[in-house]
Design a binder for this molecule. Structure first.
Ligand SMILES: Nc1ncnc2c1ncn2[C@@H]1O[C@H](COP(=O)(O)OP(=O)(O)OP(=O)(O)O)[C@@H](O)[C@H]1O
Ligand SMILES: [Mg+2]
Ligand SMILES: [Zn+2]
Length: 358
């Protein structure tokens, strides 16, 4: 295994607008707003998963507060930028609406918005997964947006634009994050490989780009997955890549879903062991698992889904509530994994075993 101490997706999180691959339009708008100094109160960043929305919200928070900004870009060196990057800034809050999006939360937000900024020029409140906000929570947020003080900026983020109240979207500057093109993904992966000294057989990066369906996060995670799978000094191998993509796309997910449904402890243990033995990154696996659950959810609503797997069998056995709670649970789990990387194996095992006893 290669010597990796840092998660590649995090290490290569874009730190400047310039780094946002394939999002030139959005980057330009946010940069121009920063340069003009006419910072509006509310923004909605929307679009498909893994395309740079969360990264862009942080870049923007840094840019408008930067003490040494150039051309609308954050310097990434001043105390403000460093504080925001490390998550220690008291004036920049990131809230996940899946767990924070109820009326009572909004009330406390309303209060905190009224306090004077402690250090920064702008207080920035990022509401991620804005589609998960309760209806009443959305109503309360609307009231806050109507009377936001001048130095407070809201950045809402969602993958599901349609689920955001129109009264809210109409108050925001709406910025669409399109899927990243294969060519852009390929060039970003090549850059990362060059910086990390990773060599690849012909076709590896092309296949990863193609398989990530416009999500740069997926692409970077697949790359990392391959690196973990490869002995140090060897180039990333094309047939191994195909093997990994195969393992994860078909049987494992189907088996896991069946085992969960049948409360088959042995089955679950077997699958988790396989993932561990194959050295498959848990984050990568979980990310794909949510995708799988989401596809079933969409299929239940007779929405077209693109999937290599026949999910019709799952549509009838999983009900909506179960699916939503599975997806929510996995996101909470992923958050824990990123905070406690040394305990990933235990956390994942506990999570799935606990599901059997519900
Ligand atoms: N446009 C991009 N340019 C460069 N890297 C990107 C881009 N989009 C995603 N990435 C990579 O993926 C990681 C995750 O990106 P980010 O969290 O910004 O995506 P997101 O759009 O918020 O995803 P999600 O909708 O799943 O929350 C980044 O740390 C980076 O490594
Ligand atoms: Mg995000
Ligand atoms: Zn700065």
């Amino acid at each position: 295994m290669a010597n990796f101490t840092q998660n590649l997706a995090l290490k290569y999180r874009p730190k400047q607008f310039l780094d946002l691959a394939g999002q030139e339009y959005v980057a330009k708008v946010l940069k121009n707003i920063t340069l003009s100094g006419d910072i509006r109160n509310a923004y909605l960043l929307f679009g498909s998963r893994g395309t740079g929305k969360t990264s862009a919200s942080r870049i923007f928070a840094k840019a408008i507060n930067c003490l040494d900004s150039k051309d609308g870009e954050p310097c990434n060196k001043c105390t403000s930028c460093v504080g925001i990057d490390s998550g220690n800034s008291v004036d920049v809050q990131e809230l996940d609406c899946a767990s924070f999006g109820l009326v009572e939360h909004m009330r406390s937000l309303k209060e905190s918005v009224q306090y004077q900024n402690l250090i920064s020029k702008y207080k920035v409140i990022v509401l991620d997964e804005a589609q998960s906000m309760s209806k009443e929570g959305g109503g309360a947020l609307l009231k806050i947006l109507e009377e936001t003080p001048k130095n407070v900026v809201f950045v809402l983020i969602t993958t599901e634009f349609d689920k955001i109240l129109e009264t809210i979207t109409s108050r925001c500057i709406n910025l669409n994050f399109g899927k990243v093109s294969n060519a852009n993904i390929l060039s970003r992966l090549s850059q990362i490989c060059e910086k990390e000294g990773i060599s690849c057989e012909k076709g590896v990066l092309e296949l990863i780009s193609k398989k990530s369906e416009g999500s740069l996060r997926d692409a970077v995670m697949s790359l990392e997955q391959m690196v973990l799978y490869t002995d140090e000094g060897n180039p990333l191998n094309l047939s191994k890549l195909k093997e990994i993509l195969g393992i994860l796309q078909d049987s494992v997910f189907e088996d896991l879903l069946n085992s969960l449904k049948n409360k088959d402890l042995e089955g679950i243990v077997r699958i988790l062991l396989k993932i561990e033995q194959k050295n498959i990154s848990y984050m990568w696996f979980l990310e794909h698992l949510t995708y799988f659950f989401r596809n079933i959810l969409l299929a239940k609503h007779k929405l077209m889904v693109q999937s290599g797997i026949d999910i019709s069998v799952f549509v009838s056995v999983w009900d909506e509530k179960e699916l939503i709670s599975m997806i929510d649970g996995i996101y909470v789990l992923m958050d824990r994994l990123s905070r406690f990387p040394f305990a990933q194996r235990t956390l994942v095992n506990n999570h799935f075993l606990a599901l059997l006893y519900r």
